[in-house]
Ligand binder design. Structure first.
Ligand SMILES: Cc1cc2nc3c(=O)[nH]c(=O)nc-3n(C[C@H](O)[C@H](O)[C@H](O)COP(=O)(O)O)c2cc1C
Length: 214
């Protein structure tokens, strides 16, 4: 029996002109084999384009949810340092707990979503992970909702946000409170924008989204 998980983290890739792109992404990992990972970027996405173009990227695990939230909202461009592995440069985001330098080995398109198999070519633990934390988990859920305002109804998003908000009040520190507040404002702005679908047309798209495996 396989023991596969999706770990949520930050993915950095390199675009034309060596421009570093960082985005939130899930990595599919098999606990029986830590030499490989799989990524599932949607189309279109810079992550797919960059990985297809260079075959190189870095997946990061972090507990800094303020940085994570701001990367999702594109309000912060994180600093990245180049690390050389086998003569190739990989962009490592500053502040992450752990990172895995990846070399993409195969690409396929599965119904509008990419599937990229990757080999781990280097790995490093930079600092300890703080541990399980409900407020940080709430920020993670809010970050996912922030990237789904075009898929889910405003009502569903507000309901899900309200469910996790008490975790921030009960267990959060300053940075979790700021992250959650900024994400909540960002989500509201997007929900009031033109691209959010009305509640009535969402049932089928919602079930597709919940299978999306982020
Ligand atoms: C926790 C989390 C996990 C995500 N996982 C994925 C993923 O597996 N695939 C994907 O395409 N987008 C994922 N997203 C959404 C991307 O961050 C977002 O769609 C982004 O715009 C990807 O496009 P880009 O490569 O052009 O930045 C995730 C977002 C969050 C907050």
């Amino acid at each position: 029996m396989t023991d596969r998980l999706i770990i949520e983290g930050l993915m950095s890739t390199v675009g034309p002109g060596n421009v570093v792109h960082v985005t939130a992404m899930g990595a599919h990992v098999d606990r029986a084999d830590d030499r490989v990972m799989e990524l599932r970027p949607f189309f279109p996405s810079t992550t797919w384009d960059n990985l297809y173009g260079t075959r190189r990227g870095v997946f990061h695990m972090t507990d800094d949810m303020l940085q994570f939230a701001r990367i999702v909202m594109r309000s912060e461009q994180p600093r990245a340092n180049w690390v050389t592995v086998d003569g190739k440069l990989f962009p490592v985001v500053e502040g992450a707990c752990r990172w895995w330098a990846l070399e993409a080995t195969s690409f396929s398109d599965e119904g509008g979503r990419g599937r990229i198999a990757a080999r781990v070519v280097s790995y490093r633990e930079e600092r300890p992970f703080i541990g399980l934390h409900r407020a940080r988990h709430a920020v993670l859920e809010a970050a996912i909702l922030a990237t789904r305002t075009h898929i889910l109804s405003a009502g569903e998003i507000r309901r899900q946000l309200a469910n996790v908000a008490p975790w921030v009040d009960k267990t959060g520190g300053r940075s979790e409170r700021i992250a959650f507040a900024e994400l909540s404002e960002y989500i509201e702005r997007r929900l009031r924008g033109p691209s959010n679908p009305p509640d009535a047309c969402l049932d089928s798209r919602q079930s597709g989204a919940s299978n999306a495996g982020m």
